[in-house]
Design a protein around this ligand. Sequence first.
Ligand SMILES: Nc1ncnc2c1ncn2[C@@H]1O[C@H](COP(=O)(O)OP(=O)(O)OP(=O)(O)O)[C@@H](O)[C@H]1O
Length: 346
Amino acid sequence: MLVLEDIHKVYGKGKDKKVEALKGINLRVEKGEIFGVVGYSGAGKSTLIRCVNLLERPTSGKVLVNGVDLVRLPPAKLRQERKKIGMIFQQFNLLQSKTIFQNVAMPLVLEHRPKEEIKAKVAELLSFVGLEERMHHYPDQLSGGQKQRVGIARALATDPDILLCDEATSALDPNTTEAVLDLLRKVRDELGITILMITHEMNVIRDICDKVAVLDGGKIVEQGPVIDLFTEPKTQIARSFVKTVLNDSIPPSVQKLIDESSKDNPHGIYRILFKGASTNMPLLSNTAKQFSIDLNVLHGMITELQGIPFGNLLVELKGDPEEMKRAIQYINDHEAIIREVEKNGI
Ligand SMILES: Nc1ncnc2c1ncn2[C@@H]1O[C@H](COP(=O)(O)OP(=O)(O)OP(=O)(O)O)[C@@H](O)[C@H]1O
């Protein structure tokens, strides 16, 4: 298990040169979880992930790996504990003059492991990532996705408990990204390794993470299960990230109705969010049957997040105000969320 407790990181000294990159980060990543941290450029993502393995020393706070605070360990002990944390990088960081075998073997060579043991371990790792036939090739001869597979094999060489992924798919095309994410899922499922990843790509969070934290200006502004963030983002920044993959924009014709509405002439447009079991229920037809209201579906989509169905619909409700209230209450009571769309489309 990985726990970050009140991590602060200040770069530089003096009033004008000081940059407070992290302002009190608290995170808890359970064993075997895939945890994503998303944020815009400059939010502090790289600093955060580099503080976990102490590539950057936090200015204050604790980095607890299975209960041991890495920040307070003497150098020899820290070297030992660091072996439990592997890392992969956006630009792969492979040694160009070494073969794939030599790259993956590097952490084991540095530990002076016996040659035969290294040979067997590297063969096993390359087979795990599907590159055993490329053993004697050089990084230049591989595609980006294959290079990242080598990066993953190298990171697994010391049998880590935790794998840190620093924008691991940001240099890859969508198909290759998917294949690398599949491999990371296999790392978690078959080896039980806990994964912490930073990314600015919300599709990566949607496709692979169990939990997510949104980082903004060195602070975590929102965190929780991925399904919760996607269905009910609480902050503007989380909403804008979600929008990049789940397009819930309001079509111009509906926006026109909203713009033209007033207190005396309400637009009657509501957003209904369905999550889990409620998605498969005939909730809308039941509502229309039970209450004397008009219910029109205007726009929407049904998709799946982490295997859980999720729907986001824009509907128009018209009718007697008291009857509308009862219908809204009925929808809310059936695991769906309904709210009137505001002028700004939220
Ligand atoms: N070595 C450094 N010295 C001084 N300031 C730094 C250093 N590294 C990062 N910073 C500053 O800390 C803040 C957070 O940077 P960081 O690289 O962690 O953000 P990020 O979210 O990873 O952004 P990006 O995706 O662009 O790398 C920024 O203001 C950055 O300029």
